[in-house]
Write a protein that binds this ligand. Structure first.
Ligand code: HEM
Length: 164
């Protein structure tokens, strides 16, 4: 079914409206300090007419055949629309990390950079990130770069998700 813009969408959220809904698909992850891995993921963006989306994403690690091995990262937050494509993202992770991001959306693309990262005393050392989301042929593609555990900013995740 083609995606239809909701009637009550806040106009400030127009540039990210294409992200609304539920997305599922697969991704790959890597980092210099770990073994590369494959994962499945579900992303959900919802709105209530106010100028923000609620965001929820859960993932699971899979083997080479796509069979689930174990639960993976969960993150949730609010994507706040400021108008003219400017957004703010507040994101929390099950791993004890909380982040503030600023970004710009334009033409089916959203780019975000961390402004602040804080963490609980038991969390891994995460210091920054970059994210790029894009609408490619109706799919949601994204790439997440991570600066963590003493390593400079570099790819940790990339995925292609289909509208559910
Ligand atoms: C789809 C989402 C994600 C998946 C499937 C994922 C998966 C993984 C896996 C499998 C590892 C190897 C260690 C382990 O098994 O726990 C790992 C390590 C790590 N991930 Fe992720 N991750 C995700 C998102 C994130 C995000 C959003 C962050 C940052 C906020 C992050 C930060 C880290 C860090 C810091 C490590 C540890 C590296 C080390 O100790 O050497 N991950 N991740």
């Amino acid at each position: 079914m083609p995606f239809e813009l909701p009637d009550n969408l806040h106009p400030d959220c127009g540039p990210v409206a294409w992200m609304l809904g539920t997305w599922r698909g697969n991704g790959k992850g890597d980092y210099p300090t770990i073994e590369a891995f494959d994962y499945g993921q579900e992303l959900i963006f919802t709105h209530d007419g106010r100028p923000f989306f609620h965001y929820m994403a859960r993932s699971w690690i899979v083997d080479a055949d796509g069979q689930k091995l174990r639960e993976g990262a969960i993150e949730t937050g609010f994507l706040r629309c400021r108008g003219e494509g400017k957004v703010e993202l507040l994101l929390t992770h099950h791993t004890g990390i909380a982040e503030i991001w600023y970004g710009e959306a334009d033409g089916g693309k959203l780019e975000l950079t961390t402004d602040a990262v804080v963490r609980t005393e038991s969390a891994k050392e995460v210091t920054g990130g970059k994210r790029l989301y894009g609408n490619v042929e109706g799919d949601l593609l994204y790439a997440v770069d991570l600066a963590a555990v003493g390593q400079p900013l570099q790819p940790h995740l990339w995925a292609r998700l289909q509208r559910a």
